[in-house]
Write a protein that binds this ligand. Structure first.
Ligand code: ADP
Ligand code: GLC
Length: 468
């Protein structure tokens, strides 16, 4: 079975968040299953990976976007170093950028990607069994292969659309239709949602089946999906919730080269302590106190707007008996407020930016990881932290609900219900009580490390779905 994953991110080539981790791991694990050949197609980026590896140009052609003629090159990484064939689509001016997102003309960028991929596949007469589209950036592919004359060759190819984050739908005005490959205009309804072209809505309508990255999130979409609630209800018969796994080869505390002190479940207590001491020393924190950490985008969906008040309240309520460390970037108001507190409180450390190395060190060093997400389709941080013996404190939502069970019901994490400062601080107080009971804390570290979030099971579930 030949599967092409289409995505704007793939670790370690280009990563903004969890989408990259999933697309960098899922195909690798699928390829371990007999008879499966999974590949990844992504835009070309001006990133270290492309200069550190050799590529062959396997296709060179042109597409039209409105009046503009765009050159499309497809480059294949020579050695399949990632455990799958990696193809990068290069289009000068649109798909040769530094980063996946943040450009004013992203509608043109993602249209060009989708058009470019399908043009290459149909010109070269490559007919996969499944096109697996990730998020709205590739959401128009299921529509295009069925309805655009240019891709007649691909008609009938099965498509899976995976929703990693329904908060972003890629809506664009109908003027953009002029920049799409042509189709019979009476089909417009398959693209439309409330007067806009909505790629995520179109993906739900046109894909053979669609998935969300946890069952819990799928259930939430029926009631909260930024206007698409009725659509997901109508299309429920082809919806599946499949929880993400984690790449246990990359995220292995025993071999992780980004850690200062590696560890396994036998020496976790001592080695985690050493990691923590080093990190605390670097950031001026107090290693004898518990360390709470947050890693992620400063966005309201992550509950990051609550962090400044959480820092202030928790330090005050505990009379300074804890450390908090935050790594992330995003909303500038949140960033500035946190910077102010970084200056004020010696128990608080902030590092602004995207730092892969530091994130691994924090997962290994912290005692508790905070995830106050308002929306969390799956969430990978809690699974990384658990594997590294760090107790997750999570809001009971989406994928967090599916992966973290509260200690009061036999689990190894802490849940809270509302994304409000009081609830979060209350959860932290529960954590403090645990931290002070040495035996309980040590058992929790071991319990967290023993969870199995490896990709194998979920990779298999996708294959079962493809077969179906
Ligand atoms: P999302 O994709 O919504 O941001 P996930 O939990 O699925 O959330 O994945 C986030 C991924 O990005 C994890 O691998 C996490 O470690 C990483 N990450 C987030 N922010 C940072 C940061 N500032 N520096 C390093 N890694 C980060
Ligand atoms: C999105 C979601 C996150 C999920 C990730 C990978 O970024 O916000 O919850 O873990 O995709 O599926």
């Amino acid at each position: 079975m030949i599967v092409y994953h289409l995505s704007t991110e793939c670790y370690p080539v280009a990563k903004v968040g969890g989408l990259a981790d999933v697309v960098g791991a899922l195909p690798k694990y699928q390829n371990k299953i007999k008879g499966v050949d999974a590949k990844v197609v992504m835009p070309w980026y001006n990133k270290a990976f492309v200069y550190d590896h050799e590529f062959d140009v396997v296709f060179d052609g042109f597409i039209h976007q409105g009046q503009n003629m765009l050159q499309v090159q497809v480059l294949k990484e020579k050695t399949d170093v990632l455990g799958f064939e990696l193809y990068m689509i290069k289009i000068p001016g649109l798909l040769d950028r530094d980063n996946p997102y943040g450009y004013q003309d992203e509608s043109f960028q993602f249209l060009a990607f989708q058009h470019g991929v399908l043009h290459w596949l149909s010109s070269m007469k490559i007919r996969p069994d499944v096109l697996h589209c990730h998020d709205y950036h590739t959401g128009l592919v299921p529509f295009m292969i069925e309805n655009c004359r240019e891709f007649e060759f691909l008609k009938g190819v099965k498509t899976i659309g995976t929703i990693h984050n329904g908060e972003y739908q890629g809506m664009m005005s109908w003027e953009m239709v002029n920049y799409m490959p042509s189709f019979d205009s009476y089909k417009w309804g398959l693209l439309d949602w409330n007067g806009y072209i909505n790629p995520l809505a179109s993906m739900i309508k046109c894909s053979t089946a669609f998935t969300t990255v946890s069952q819990g999130y799928l259930e939430e979409l029926f009631v909260s999906f930024r206007g698409l609630e009725s659509l997901v209800r109508d299309e429920f018969s082809k919806a599946y919730g499949i929880i993400n796994g984690i790449d246990t080869e990359v995220w292995d505390p025993e071999t992780d080269p980004m850690l200062n002190f590696n560890f396994n479940s036998k020496n976790a207590i001592q080695q985690k302590k050493k990691n923590k001491e080093k990190l605390c020393k670097e950031y001026g924190l107090k290693p004898e106190l518990p360390l709470f950490a947050f890693i992620g985008r400063f966005a309201t969906e992550k509950g990051a707007d609550l962090l400044p008040d959480v820092v202030w309240n928790s330090i005050k309520q505990s009379y300074g008996a804890l450390n908090i460390m935050i790594l992330g970037s995003g909303n500038s108001y949140i960033e500035n407020k946190l910077k102010e507190y970084d200056y004020t409180y010696s128990n608080f450390a902030l590092d602004v930016g995207y730092k892969e190395f530091l994130s691994h060190q924090i997962y290994a060093s912290a005692d508790f990881l905070l995830m106050p997400s308002r929306v969390e389709p799956c969430g990978l941080n809690q699974m990384y932290s658990m594997r590294y013996g760090t107790v997750p404190i999570v809001r009971y939502t989406g994928g967090l609900r599916d992966t973290v069970e509260d200690i009061s019901t036999g689990g190894a994490g802490i849940n809270f219900t509302y994304s409000g400062v009081d609830d979060i601080v209350h959860a932290m107080n529960r954590a403090l009580a645990i931290y002070n009971q040495k035996g309980v804390m040590e058992n929790l570290i071991h319990a967290n490390m023993s969870f199995d979030f490896a990709w194998e099971k979920s990779a298999e579930k996708y294959i079962t779905l493809y077969n179906k």
